[in-house]
Design a protein around this ligand. Structure first.
Ligand SMILES: CC(C)(COP(=O)(O)OP(=O)(O)OC[C@H]1O[C@@H](n2cnc3c(N)ncnc32)[C@H](O[C@H]2O[C@H](COP(=O)(O)OP(=O)(O)OP(=O)(O)O)[C@@H](O)[C@H]2O)[C@@H]1O)[C@@H](O)C(=O)NCCC(=O)NCCS
Ligand SMILES: Nc1ncnc2[nH]cnc12
Length: 301
């Protein structure tokens, strides 16, 4: 594998500075996870530091401005989790974050799903740090146990792309993924990241590409259903699976192969935004789910 140097420097995680609070440390990593997702190419149909994929209204800088704007809201979600806040409270913070996102992007929806998913992971990190739940549980398990029922019962956005995909195709979307504890992160994205990084240490961008394709091959992404219907979702999943069956990033010609698939998505205007968010969440979990140093294990359900 030959990794590509990121085009833009990623701000160093401030976790080493002693005066940095726990919410700030987690928010720094949440912002960095969104930045690393953008600094990954090729991601079929998606925006990266190389090109804008299937989009004409947003580019890498749009996402970077959004990620920077969201950082204080991720910190607020961590702090809310430390206070054992309800989903109603988290939702209010999330809606303020969405307004900040739209202000930073000139009205473009870059990260609504990521505000929800990464935001829930931030709140779960706070709840776990406060000792209010079993420290051995994953962030996903904490989300499922503490807020899963409220997420499913909570208010819905009747005209959202996700709701329309749910009504038309029966897709569970982001809400179902969250209520189940983000199985796509723990059973698909995170293992793919770890396996690829162990095969080729230091080639982190290639590992993120591998994880992205692995997610697209499996996730019922409502963005793909919104833009391409059931046929578009099937095309995307089969194309991603073919890349993996051919060896993924372990194949010497992987970048050319992945680039061709990227262009095939662009020709069809397909954009797996949900898989992009789940990739960012998998990167986030890589840091937050470090195996405890005392040798005990993190409970992965
Ligand atoms: C709970 C919500 C996430 C609402 O979800 P819902 O499904 O009702 O509607 P959407 O607004 O469509 O948001 C879902 C977004 O989640 C991502 N996603 C899709 N499939 C999955 C999946 N299987 N698992 C996980 N996540 C998934 C995806 O987000 C990304 O794509 C975005 C771009 O979206 P869009 O603009 O529609 O796509 P385009 O193709 O660009 O549109 P056009 O150009 O064609 O117009 C972007 O959002 C990415 O993040 C889905 O979009 C949540 O919205 C909600 O209720 N929020 C309220 C606040 C809150 O509760 N916060 C909690 C804080 S802890
Ligand atoms: N890189 C990306 N491109 C398009 N939509 C996205 N949603 C989240 N990340 C994205």
């Amino acid at each position: 594998m030959n990794a590509r140097m990121s085009a833009a420097p990623i701000s160093p995680v401030a976790s080493s500075s002693p005066e940095c609070s726990f919410p700030d440390r987690v928010a720094t990593w949440a912002e960095r996870s969104l930045m690393l997702e953008i600094e990954t190419w090729p991601k079929p149909g998606l925006v990266s530091h190389v090109d804008t994929g299937s989009h004409t209204d947003m580019d890498a800088d749009t996402f970077r401005r959004s990620a920077i704007a969201l950082r204080p809201y991720f910190a607020a979600l961590v702090a809310a989790g430390m206070r054992n806040a309800s989903m109603t409270v988290l939702r209010k913070i999330g809606l303020r974050a969405e307004r900040a996102m739209l202000s930073a992007t000139g009205g473009v929806n870059t990260h609504r799903g990521a505000i929800f998913g990464v935001g829930l992971f931030c709140a779960a990190a706070g709840l776990r740090e406060a000792g209010l739940v079993d420290a051995r549980g994953t962030l996903g398990a904490v989300v499922r146990r503490r807020w899963g029922r409220e997420i499913l019962a909570g208010p819905r956005l009747p005209d959202s792309h996700g709701e329309m995909a749910g009504t038309r195709y029966g897709a569970g979307g982001a809400r179902q993924e969250a209520a189940q504890g983000f199985p796509s992160v723990y059973a698909i994205g995170l293992p793919a990241l770890r396996d690829a990084q162990s095969l080729a240490p230091g080639h982190d961008e290639a590992a993120r590409v591998q994880a992205c394709f692995t997610l697209i091959a499996t996730v019922e992404d409502t963005n793909l259903l919104h833009r391409g219907g059931a046929e578009g979702l099937r095309f995307a999943q089969q194309a991603a699976q073919a890349f993996l069956d051919n060896g993924g990033v372990g194949d010497p010609a992987w970048e050319q192969c992945a680039g061709r698939i990227h262009q095939a998505f662009v020709r069809r205007r397909l954009s797996p935004g949900g898989s992009a968010d789940l990739l960012a969440m998998s990167v986030f979990a890589m840091e937050l789910e470090r195996w405890p140093s005392d040798g005990s294990t993190v409970e992965v359900e």
